[in-house]
Design a binder for this molecule. Structure first.
Ligand SMILES: [Zn+2]
Length: 193
């Protein structure tokens, strides 16, 4: 059961360090609007679903702000921890949907285990099956993975795809989350440009 991985607080720290490195790369780029310097303007988020003892810094949402007076454009580096304004960690959403899709456990048990209402899980299923497949983000990155990954079985089949060649479930999830966030980055760059 993939959800066993959500007890691993080091996994959350690992995802934080990935986001930190990506944010630093973005900070070194010029403001997409005026070419000015970008500075960190981070803030804290309060996502749900992590195990006890996760370091406080893992809750930092990296954010950048242009230093040019009169511009102050904000740039959000892509994140493998957060997905839009959803209130659960992205990894929690992927794991719950994968365990549900792969029938490792049922929606009632998952709902109880993570304190997520069945309605919320239902909304995630709708998001991944009806909204995400037609998003510019998915359209841009889907060519990088096997064509056999059907849009109507996301995200479980994408997680399964990474599980098929990575040496551990942890590595597979981290790669899958990085892959998905990379799409968000491309999307943001295009919007900004
Ligand atoms: Zn600017």
């Amino acid at each position: 059961m993939l959800s066993e991985l959500l007890k691993n607080k080091n996994l959350f720290y690992h995802l934080y360090t990935i986001d930190k490195n990506v944010a630093e790369q973005y900070r070194q780029m010029p403001c997409p609007l005026c070419g000015g310097p970008l500075y960190f303007a981070n803030y804290l988020r309060k996502p749900r679903g992590e195990p006890e003892g996760v370091s406080e810094k893992c809750f930092i949402r990296f954010s950048l702000c242009c230093g040019t007076e009169g511009c102050r454009h904000r740039v959000m580096p892509p994140s493998c921890r957060f997905i839009g304004r959803k209130i659960y960690w992205h990894i929690v959403i992927l794991v719950i949907l994968s365990d549900w899709h792969n029938k490792t456990t049922n929606i009632f048990k998952l709902s109880k285990l993570f304190g997520v209402s069945r309605n919320t899980i239902g909304r995630w299923i709708v998001f991944y099956q009806d909204i995400f497949p037609s998003s510019p983000q998915w359209q841009l990155i889907r060519g990088q993975v096997a064509a056999s990954i059907k849009s109507n079985e996301l995200p479980a089949n994408l997680v399964n795809y990474f599980l098929s060649f990575k040496s551990s479930a942890k590595e597979a999830l981290v790669s899958c989350l990085s892959f998905l966030s990379q799409g968000a980055g491309i999307y943001q760059k295009i919007r900004a440009g």
